[in-house]
Each structure stands twice: as structure tokens, then as C-alpha cells.
Design a protein around this ligand. Structure first.
Ligand SMILES: O=P(O)(O)OC[C@H]1O[C@H](OP(=O)(O)OP(=O)(O)O)[C@H](O)[C@@H]1O
Ligand SMILES: Nc1nc2[nH]cnc2c(=O)[nH]1
Length: 184
């Protein structure tokens, strides 16, 4: 429960390892239930958005009880604690998405710009279905119309780190999620 310092900023403990673990299990159970009917058909394809979603994607994937495949794509729009407003695709997808049931795995939906720009690119490949699973969502910050199908936690509009999320490269290895200290 002690604060952490990354570079020049202090972050307070916000979501404990246990809280995250329990919620990830619940989300995996819900997804497994929703896609149970896919048995015998083509498996569900999860697409994790790098870098931030690697830890959530890994933990969520382990808890699934359905046939599932996973792939990752790298997009980036943040520098420090502010969006640069640019979404860049650095690593592309190699799978054919046509006719597949897809679930995007995100660590956080903040302004919503990343998914707003990325989803049409995926829709272009004509998947059978396209859903979003995000561990965190900042409803007050989201500026785009997005349907978020699986949300771990709705959180206030404060910068968070840990469990895959970084502040200028640091903090991704923290087991808990921390929030930027009140007066920073
Ligand atoms: O809803 P938005 O305002 O677009 O923000 C969400 C995006 O920001 C983070 O990625 P980031 O660009 O920080 O890259 P990273 O995952 O490599 O840290 C996060 O992983 C989301 O992809
Ligand atoms: N680390 C981190 N990355 C983000 N990308 C968009 N919002 C956030 C946030 O609150 N923390």
C-alpha cells in the first residue's frame, strides 16, 4: 500500500493485485460463457494491443475455458502522461480476420481515440463479430462513441500505472495499479 515513485512522479496504490485477479477471473468466466456456443466452430481470436495490454491479455487468456487463439498488434498514441494525438501501427496482424469472432484486449480506454481509429481498420477485414475487452475505462475522459463489451473497472480521470501500464517506460512490472498522487 506504499506509494511508488517513477521518474519525477509519485503514485498511490489504487487496485490491489487480488482485486485485479478476481475481476480478471470474472471477465474470463463471462467471455467463456458468452462464446461457449462456438465449440466445434472456428475458435475466438483475441487481439492484444501492445505494449500496455500484455499482462492483462496473458492473465485473461489463462483463465478462458473456450478454444481461443491470441495475436498482438502494436499501436501507440501516448508520450509521458499526454496523448500525442497520433495513432501509429508498428506491428501488423498476420491472421486473416474474415469471418472470425474477434475480441480486442486493451489495458485502458481513456480518450477512446486509439480504438476509434483502429476499429474501422479491423472492420475492413469483415470479421464475423468484433468485441472489446478492456481492464480499465475512464468514462469521463472518453470522447468517442465506443461499445465496450467487457470492462474490468470504470475509473476516474487520473493517470494510472502498473499491471502493464507505464509512465515513460517505467511501472509496467508493478503487480498493482497505482494512481497519480492527488496534487500532481
Ligand atoms: O483511449 P486512448 O486515449 O487512445 O488511450 C488508450 C491507449 O493508450 C495506451 O497505449 P499507449 O499509447 O500509452 O502505448 P503503450 O500501450 O505501448 O504504453 C493504452 O494501452 C491504449 O492503447
Ligand atoms: N499508463 C497509462 N497509459 C495511459 N494511456 C491512456 N491513459 C493512460 C493512463 O492513465 N495511464
Amino acid at each position: 500500500m506504499t506509494p511508488v515513485t517513477l521518474h519525477d512522479k509519485t503514485f498511490d496504490s489504487y487496485l490491489s493485485e487480488q482485486t485485479i485477479k478476481e475481476r480478471v477471473r470474472e471477465l474470463a468466466a463471462q467471455i467463456s460463457k458468452d462464446y461457449a456456443g462456438n465449440k466445434g466452430k472456428q475458435s475466438v481470436l483475441f487481439i492484444g494491443i501492445l505494449n500496455g495490454a500484455f499482462m492483462f491479455a496473458s492473465d485473461l487468456f489463462k483463465e478462458l475455458s473456450i478454444d481461443a487463439e491470441i495475436s498482438f498488434i502494436k499501436l501507440a498514441s501516448y508520450s509521458g502522461t499526454k496523448s500525442t494525438g497520433k495513432v501509429v501501427t508498428a506491428i501488423g496482424l498476420d491472421q486473416d480476420l474474415f469471418g472470425r469472432d474477434i475480441i480486442i484486449i486493451e489495458d485502458i480506454v481513456d480518450t477512446g481515440k486509439t480504438l476509434h481509429e483502429f476499429l474501422p481498420k479491423l472492420q475492413h477485414s469483415q470479421p464475423a463479430s468484433l468485441r472489446i475487452a478492456t481492464l480499465l475505462h475512464k468514462p469521463e475522459a472518453t470522447q468517442y462513441e465506443l461499445t465496450l463489451d467487457y470492462v474490468g473497472f470504470a475509473i476516474p480521470n487520473k493517470f494510472v500505472v502498473g499491471y502493464g501500464l507505464d509512465y515513460d517506460g517505467l511501472g509496467r512490472n508493478l503487480r498493482e495499479i497505482y494512481q497519480l498522487s492527488g496534487n500532481e
